[in-house]
Design a protein around this ligand. Sequence first.
Ligand code: C2E
Ligand code: CA
Ligand code: CA
Ligand code: CA
Length: 277
Amino acid sequence: YTRKARQAVQIYHADLDVNSVERLSLINDLKKAISCGQLEVFYQPKINLQSNEVTHVEALVRWQHPKLGMVPPDNFIYIAEQTGQINALTQWVFSTALAQYKSWCALGITLNIAVNISAENLKDPDFYAFVCQALTSYQVPAEKITLEVTESAVVDDPEAAIALLSKFKGQGMRISIDDYGTGYSSLAQLKQLPVHELKIDKSFVQKLKDDEDDQIIVRSTIELAHNMGLSVVAEGIEDDYAKCWLAEHKCELGQGYFISRPKPALELTSWLQEQKI
Ligand code: C2E
Ligand code: CA
Ligand code: CA
Ligand code: CA
């Protein structure tokens, strides 16, 4: 564990103790959330940092809880993972994203859509067939889909993860390593992973303007990625300085509040049309 990760684990356990009653009710409520239509997918654009064009979006799930209001994904994804509901949740997000891809296509907007995949999904024996089946029934080309997988999801059982990700890559899907730099996978492992892209964690990007260490980390990560033939996405771009700095340092894609917050599909559609992409 890095110091940051250890802190995160401690905070997380403290949360569980204090809020265990609340957590119990969230577990039960989550079961209803999918079937009762309380989940929604927001979309956050990623731009080509050289041309400023929007070429990709990331699907980010939201839960409109009838009593608690908007519950952020960091407060319920881990519950879904621990209670066996993450497979249904991911399948729902994936299908919703494919339907949205089709709606945008009908408006002349073609975007690559990224979906977040959990470690549990990589262990689900039905997941691969589900994805292939969904792409066929929605008639979405595999090349238009990115799977974002965290380093830690792969560390769990590297051999199985590598085998499955290779199959997805073989279908033409884009594979991205999410939160890059916060996990603890080795370079040897990175070399073996069938990936196209590293996504630099926002903790290194948010303070680029003032933090020289972050600049060094990001610069060498971009260099490493390019030397390995991978492209780079930076998340957490919160000011013009970071956006320009990343463009100068040849980072391919950028995502962050400075460009756009995650938005409901309809809102993002208007935003995209104003950008005249
Ligand atoms: P993530 O995959 O690392 O997604 C990026 C998170 O950073 C999102 O938070 C996004 O709203 C936020 N973000 C984007 N730009 C900025 C910025 O400039 N500044 C700051 N401070 N934050 C920014 P969100 O939507 O709350 O999601 C949190 C996490 O929940 C995601 O982190 C992902 O790990 C998980 N998640 C979200 N949707 C799904 C899903 O459908 N499936 C799974 N398995 N996990 C999901
Ligand atoms: Ca992600
Ligand atoms: Ca991330
Ligand atoms: Ca994250």
